[in-house]
Design a protein around this ligand. Structure first.
Ligand SMILES: [Zn+2]
Length: 198
């Protein structure tokens, strides 16, 4: 089993400040979260930087990702290192990801820039049921959405600053391998959890 933060921004997102170096050293030092998906807004530059730095450490894994600002709302694609061509409609982004076997996650469906109930109309792989920057109420609504769509629920901190890293994580029944992890998510071998004591 591996514990993954599936939603992390670097300073390559226009609204975030975390340096790739900080993500790598914090992940290396973390007692149990050992993998992170880098999901910058509309760029994979940060992912490449983080992965390069992380290659010096055997105990951590960096998963490629991007949070695409689609016209109707945000979508996260995991497992791909290229951006879809524009126009970024939800359908276009999903088609692009499917053709390349990327994993499609609907982040924070009920927060601003979320897809909301319209997520039901699309062929996505997972719902972000626990987002570190989203209220309890909206996270609960996301959980319900995942349940009624019969989709796996994943967790991600959505950290834009170093202090926001690793607030939540996903337990995945997989080894320390990107393909293994993404396949396990598709099969629903996941559990969303919080590092904060309630
Ligand atoms: Zn985000």
């Amino acid at each position: 089993m591996i514990k993954v933060d599936f939603h992390v921004h670097t300073k390559y997102s226009s609204d975030a400040s975390t340096r790739p170096k900080t993500i790598v050293s914090q992940l290396h030092m973390h007692p149990f979260i050992k993998a992170a998906a880098i999901t910058d807004h509309n760029t994979v530059q940060g992912f490449h930087k983080v992965r390069e730095l992380a290659s010096a450490y055997k105990d951590i894994l960096i998963i490629p990702g991007v949070e695409v600002s689609a016209v109707e709302g945000d979508l996260i694609i995991l497992g791909l290192t290229e951006l879809p061509p524009k126009p970024w409609t939800v359908e276009n982004v999903i088609d692009f990801a499917k053709e390349r076997e990327g994993l499609i996650v609907v982040p924070h469906p009920y927060r601003v820039y979320g897809l909301g109930d319209s997520a039901r109309n699309h062929d996505v792989d997972a719902i972000e049921v626990l987002n570190g920057l989203t209220s309890r109420m909206y996270n609960r609504m996301a959980e319900k959405l995942a349940r009624t769509m019969n989709l796996p629920g994943v967790a991600g901190s959505d950290a834009h600053t170093p202090d926001q890293l690793w607030t939540v994580y996903t337990e995945v029944q997989a080894s320390q391998d990107v393909d293994d992890i993404l396949n396990a998510v598709k099969k629903g071998l996941v559990r969303a959890a919080s590092t904060e004591k309630s």
